[in-house]
Design a protein around this ligand. Structure first.
Ligand code: PTT
Ligand code: SF4
Length: 628
């Protein structure tokens, strides 16, 4: 167990929903030191506790809520947790990063992670108050939206309790259902909400009253105050507060990156009407995660006069990608997605796909680009799995298998996870970021495109591979493990030194950036190993290649007219990427790579499923297990 360590609580709460039982587990301190937290804990738990080939929607799947050593301790942007599981959408590792009071309360209750397994006989709410755990009948909440369920639970437990819940989409096992919190925070794009639904778990309420153990409490307080001030003083701060991520709409339009009509084009004629400045006209307030002074959620009034919280991704995928240019209407679709607990990105993606299929007469349904009323019906049908909605509820990869013809070329996903809101006809680096992201096509591990614009948007320079790996280690590894939001660093430029200082004050350990990179590499490598273990003989490097539309159909509008990706050059970049990661030409980590990262045991397990390349370690001092 973790003794003498600070920063971590040292405990997980193992929740058996089948037996209505919860047991605290003291975990070994080497886990904290080698995997840090968040995504690191999640992948280690899933690797060790999940049997290969487990059905993601079966009781045997594990649902992990994991925080990091910086979560909840009053630092800027520290109200985040990772929700993770084997994904029902992709069949691989799936997670999301959720900002919620539940993250703060979990740590104050004395836990770094919850691990839920089994299936409750009836719908249930798990209520955790410090070390007391109750399993409460949720019959009256089942069938409610996530907003309604949370409202009801707030009446029982108060405004400040930590609550995560699912809407009807999670209950109905829609494969891209998310976990929702605070009417607008949604995490777990690869169907983590469906995993929750498959366990009959409507919500978790957590209330914690303890002090999180810190090595230097006074120092931390002082630094936190300074950190908030530093964030406030950043030159970009005032504009960020006005628009948050929404200003990216204008950037993407100018730079031919705005997914339009199922990524057929990268510019939209009504971009101005759904952009950051249009948003400011209907904005009523800012909302955000706990312990954050950047509050990036833009609350607007939607076309029905209700509040809806907007980000770039939501607006693009439910706007230009489905041909809708009215922001108030986009906001209504966005609110519906939050209420049902549907991931907006996958939702806009499958809807765009269905409209193109309709246009090409692959399906009998008549769907029109920009048809707001039709979209509302379609969203209902997806959440409740009716008619065409039932096909789309399986995600775009499965839908393309149903629709047939050449639709797999324009089913916009990687490894089954729908692509987020950047068109890559003319962005090979960003395309590679999607191709190699650890959960399928998501920009969370590497948002390369604005940097790529500066260094030569359409070229295949290998400097892009180096930058991609560096970014993945930072965003996909470090920030996902620390348990904090990456935006202060990523968008306002808060220096990374701050996180080293925070980590020192929290844990008492002076981590170097090199050590942290090593931990990140270990986490991302184990995630890759998990994918390969699950896919076994179906694993192939083709899984790291984005959809053929970007290669075969050059853009016909906007500044990048005539541009498409080059498959051979993409593959050369992929080879270079694999080489630098120490992976073989199939994209599988080599034995030596895993051993160097202290993953020898995991390598031997993986080797029994797919033979690993046996490149020997030449120099044993390369072996890196910083914390035995
Ligand atoms: C995230 C993905 C994103 S990425 C967005 S907008 W973004 C979409 N938001 C959705 C939403 O809202 N409602 C909904 N029903 N579906 C949605 N799907 C989409 O989900 C989010 C912020 C954002 S907003 C981003 S980039 C950053 N992501 C972080 C990350 O990944 N790691 C980290 N350490 N910090 C991050 N900070 C930022 O957090 P997923 P959130 Mg998110 C309404 O969930 O699964 O990771 O997918 O959770 O609390 O809302 O924070 O322009
Ligand atoms: Fe949450 Fe936005 Fe603040 Fe990050 S910047 S912690 S996503 S509100």
């Amino acid at each position: 167990m973790v003794k003498g360590l600070f920063g971590w609580t040292g405990s997980f709460l193992n929740i058996d929903l089948g037996k209505s039982k919860a047991v605290e587990e003291k975990y070994n301190e080497s886990l904290a030191l080698n995997f840090l937290g968040g995504r690191g804990f999640a992948i280690k738990i899933l690797w060790e506790r999940l049997k290969q080939g487990t059905d993601p929607l079966s009781p045997e799947n594990k649902l992990v809520f994991a925080t990091g050593p910086l979560t909840g301790i009053g630092l800027p942007n520290s109200g985040k947790l990772v929700v993770a599981s084997k994904s029902p959408l992709t069949g691989g590792y799936g997670d999301g990063n959720l900002g919620t009071f539940a993250a703060v309360h979990m740590r104050r209750a004395g836990y770094d992670a919850f691990v839920a397994e089994g299936k409750s006989e009836k719908p249930v709410v798990v209520h955790i108050k410090d070390s007391t755990v109750e399993f409460l009948d949720a019959k009256d909440l089942w069938g409610l939206t996530s907003f309604q369920a949370e409202e009801e639970l707030r009446k029982r437990y108060g405004r400040t309790a930590g609550i995560v819940s699912i809407g009807q989409a999670g209950e109905n096992l829609v494969k891209f259902a998310t976990v929702v919190s605070q009417e607008g925070r949604a995490g777990g794009r690869p169907g983590i909400g469906a995993v929750m639904g498959s366990k009959n778990l409507k919500a978790i309420v957590v209330e914690g009253t303890k002090q999180i153990p810190l090595a230097d409490l006074e120092g931390m307080r002082k630094m936190a105050t300074e950190g908030y001030r530093e964030v406030l003083a950043k030159p970009l701060y005032p504009f960020w507060k006005r628009q948050g991520t929404m200003s990216t709409v204008e950037w993407s339009q100018e730079n031919s990156a705005l997914p339009t009509r199922n990524y057929q084009q990268a510019v939209f004629d009504k971009a101005d009407e759904i952009g950051g400045f249009a948003m400011e006209k209907i904005k009523v307030s800012n909302r955000g995660c706990p312990q954050c002074n950047m509050t990036c959620g833009n609350v607007v009034k939607d076309s029905e006069g209700k509040d809806s919280e907007l980000d770039y991704e939501n607006v693009v995928m439910l706007g230009s990608n489905i041909g809708l240019g009215d922001l108030a209407q986009v906001s209504t679709l966005n609110r519906m997605a939050d209420e049902y607990g549907l991931d907006c990105i996958s939702l806009g993606n499958v809807m765009g796909f269905a409209m193109e299929a309709s246009e090409k007469k692959l399906i009998p349904d008549r769907l029109e680009w920009g048809d707001f009323e039709g979209f509302k019906v379609l969203i209902d049908n997806i959440a409740f799995r009716r008619g065409l909605g039932a096909v789309l509820a399986e995600g775009v990869r499965a839908a393309s298998q149903t629709f047939g013809s050449d639709s797999s070329d324009w089913a916009m996903h990687v490894k089954g996870l729908e692509i987020t809101a950047y068109d890559c006809h003319g962005a090979p680096g960003m395309a590679l970021a999607y191709g190699t992201s650890s959960i399928g096509a998501h920009h969370k591990d590497a948002w390369l495109i604005t940097w790529e614009q500066k260094v030569g948007r359409t070229n295949y320079d290998l400097v892009k591979v180096d930058h991609l790996i560096e970014t993945q280690l930072l965003r996909g590894g470090l920030f996902e493990a620390l348990g904090v939001c990456r935006f202060p660093n990523g968008t306002l430029g808060l220096d990374l030194e701050w996180y080293l200082k925070y980590l020192h004050a929290a844990t008492g350990i002076e981590f170097s950036m090199e050590q942290l990179q090593q931990i990140s590499n270990r986490i991302l490598t184990l995630i890759r190993a998990f994918w390969v273990r699950e896919y076994k003989d179906k694993w192939s490097r083709i899984l790291d290649v984005p959809p053929m539309r970007w290669f075969k159909e050059p853009l016909t509008q906007g500044p990048l007219t005539g541009t498409a990706l080059d498959l051979q050059k993409y593959n050369e970049m992929l080879d270079a990427y694999y080489k630098k990661r120490g992976w073989d030409s199939r994209g599988i980590p080599k034995l030596s790579t895993m051993e160097k990262l202290g993953l020898a045991e995991e390598a031997h397990t993986l080797d029994s499923y797919v033979a690993l390349e046996q490149e020997p370690i030449v120099n044993m001092t390369e072996q890196n297990t910083p914390f035995p």
